[in-house]
Design a protein around this ligand. Structure first.
Ligand code: FE2
Length: 613
């Protein structure tokens, strides 16, 4: 058989077209390997496993070298294969942190040989990493791979997000949905984790020289002098200090991501509002370009208030990183799943989970299952923490053990990259030549965290009436006024309704707090219609609201047997500050013009005569 031409080109990786690895013909050693670095559980699960054709089994060997997952072929094998003009097929698995658009890497050892093999287009460029697109036409469908080349042609261990070495002192997080390798349980714990053995200094924070040549650096989430119980900081041991992850800044515009104060002159925020789900479009959107601000409250410059957003994400961030100096982000997925590759580890979230990304933490977001849509509460103020339970005691509601923080993972990747920073409501870009996700080990209590909302243990009415909805608070961010939150995150999940002689849905009320609700899935009991998954509603400061006519009639006349409120999960971002609509929320998002009419048909039952009616 005459082979078609082979070609190697330099450039950005596009997309893996076929999950297959083709053997090369010659007698020289070639290493084919995977850059993707597995999470803990996949540590010994190679990224590429070779499936030799019959007759080649004994001459094919495979070696797995830690995180690099290198597949290895002996020269004799290749010579043998070359004579037979045989290809080797390989099963390829893609691991974190790669999304669908990432290719599994091929590393070709002995570049001179490879150059000859592929037509001389491969060259060594010193210490700088070079991403190439490797396209092989070889008796098989087109295969495209991405790889990094380094001086001396050596695959640098940890060139992508590494796995954790999982020393025995480190643990995995177990939940109702199983064990989650790669996470540590707890909320606000003093965690410690290392991706390479011995990378974390013990007994001190700033050794004269750190192991592996790492730099020690502190990330402070609270003022140095914050009280001990509220003081949050994390010590990072990283390949480069953060000052190397930023250069000169250039202002950029993300027109749909707004910050308070933002009060459009021609938009009225006085009213009860409800939206259908914001639909996806054909536009390719990343975590940054797909953020759509719905409301803003307070003032980002004085670190009070919040913004609510809808995100519509179809594309992963590639060589692009972000951090917000303005805020921590509380993320509530409603559709699709995302991977947050952060300085402190990799965290995947899907609907019915939430995540918190701390202020100042650098990350990129990849789409695991798209398109992805969800809600974000951008908290300008003090951090979210768990609410006091008071007389409830030491258990129930959100329990600390159910929160999960990722173990350390890092990238040693040298490619042109962009870091975008949100700072005082503005966005700026800086260009760097490497990945900033280079923290090899860390310890501290300022870290990203995720939480499975299905582990929330609701407490409620057991005889008559029901408590204020604050009984369902998952997280609260204080405002400085005791008991008056900058933001409460409140969850309305499935639960039993057992109260006797009680109007069971939320009662009618007016509230000094401003309530923004979102539906994650199912049906909300106070609004049987119109408030659908992906939809939102806003009941602003001192605006009355409550059950619609159908909900009122149904609840007023229902037989009050114990009843399971099932298939429901909604939430509320509640803030002490009035929430102002953005132009997007008022004019582009699917605002329901007739929402106010849902109370129109409520009747006057009073006729001056006594008796329950
Ligand atoms: Fe309310």
């Amino acid at each position: 058989m005459q082979r078609p031409p082979q070609h190697v080109g330099f450039g950005r990786v596009k997309r893996i077209h076929e999950r297959r690895v083709i053997a090369l013909r010659d007698g020289t050693q070639i290493v084919i390997g995977g850059l993707p670095l597995p999470r803990q559980s996949e540590m010994f699960d190679p990224a590429i496993s070779f499936v030799p054709r019959p007759g080649n089994e004994t001459s094919l060997s495979q070696a797995v070298h830690g995180a690099a997952d290198l597949g290895f072929m002996h020269p004799c094998t290749l010579a043998n294969l070359a004579c037979r003009e045989t290809t080797i097929e390989a099963k390829v698995k893609q691991h974190a942190p790669f999304g669908a658009q990432h290719a599994v890497a091929v590393l070709v050892d002995l570049l001179k040989f490879a150059g000859g093999c592929f037509g001389g287009l491969i060259e060594e460029i010193g210490q700088e990493a070079l991403q190439i697109e490797l396209v092989v036409f070889h008796c098989a469908p087109l295969v495209s791979y991405k790889t990094n080349y380094y001086k001396r042609n050596r695959f640098r261990k940890g060139a992508e997000m590494t796995s954790h070495t999982k020393p025995s002192t480190m643990i995995t997080a177990a939940t109702t949905s199983g064990t989650h390798p790669g996470y540590m349980p707890g909320f606000g714990n003093d965690f410690e984790t290392e991706a390479l053995p011995g990378a974390l200094p013990q007994g001190m924070n700033s050794p004269q020289k750190c192991n592996y040549g790492l730099y020690g650096e502190q990330l402070s989430g609270t003022a140095f002098t914050a009280p001990s119980h509220a003081n949050e900081r994390t010590w990072c041991y990283r390949i480069r200090p953060s000052v190397k992850h930023s250069g000169r800044y250039a202002r950029i515009d993300l027109p749909y991501w707004k910050s308070a104060p933002h009060i459009p002159k021609d938009v009225t925020s006085l009213g009860q509002y409800r939206w259908d789900p914001v639909p996806h479009s054909d536009e390719k959107l990343t975590w940054l370009t797909g953020m759509r601000t719905m409301t803003t409250a307070g003032d980002v410059n004085t670190q009070v208030g919040m913004a609510s957003h809808i995100y519509l994400v179809t594309d992963s961030m590639v060589d692009s990183y972000f951090y917000s100096a303005d805020s921590e982000l509380l993320i509530v997925p409603q559709e699709g799943s995302l991977r947050f590759c952060t300085e402190l580890g990799v965290m995947d979230i899907a609907p019915q989970e939430i995540a918190i990304i701390p202020r100042g933490l650098v990350y990129r977001v990849e789409v695991l299952d798209g398109p992805a849509r969800g809600f974000v509460c951008e908290n300008y103020g003090q951090k979210f923490h768990l609410p006091s339970r008071g007389p409830i005691g030491a258990n129930c509601m959100a329990n600390r053990r159910d929160f999960k923080t990722p173990v350390a993972a890092f990238e040693d990747r040298e490619v042109p990259s962009t870091v975008t920073i949100k700072w005082c409501g503005q966005f700026h870009e800086t260009k760097i030549g490497h990945s900033p996700l280079d923290v090899v080990a860390w310890h501290g209590n300022y870290a990203p965290v995720k939480y499975d909302l299905n582990t929330y243990c609701p407490v409620g009415a057991v005889l008559f009436d029901h408590p204020d909805p604050s009984i369902f608070t998952v997280l609260t961010a204080p405002s400085g006024v005791e008991g008056t939150a900058n933001i409460d995150f409140v969850l309305f999940r499935d639960r039993w309704m057992v109260a006797e002689d009680t109007f069971r849905p939320p009662w009618y009320h007016k509230n000094i707090m401003s309530e923004l609700m979102g539906n994650i899935h199912g049906q909300y009991d106070a609004k049987p219609k119109g408030f659908v998954p992906g939809g939102m509603s806003l009941h602003n400061m001192m605006l009355p609201h409550g059950p619609d006519r159908n909900a009122f009639e149904g609840a007023s006349n229902a037989e009050l047997a114990p009843h399971k409120l099932d298939n429901t999960m909604s939430f509320m971002f509640e803030t002490r500050f009035p929430q102002h609509l953005t132009e997007f929320a008022a004019k582009e998002a699917p605002l329901q013009d007739d929402y106010i009419d849902c109370w129109e048909s409520l009747e006057k039952n009073f006729d001056g005569t006594p008796g329950k009616k």
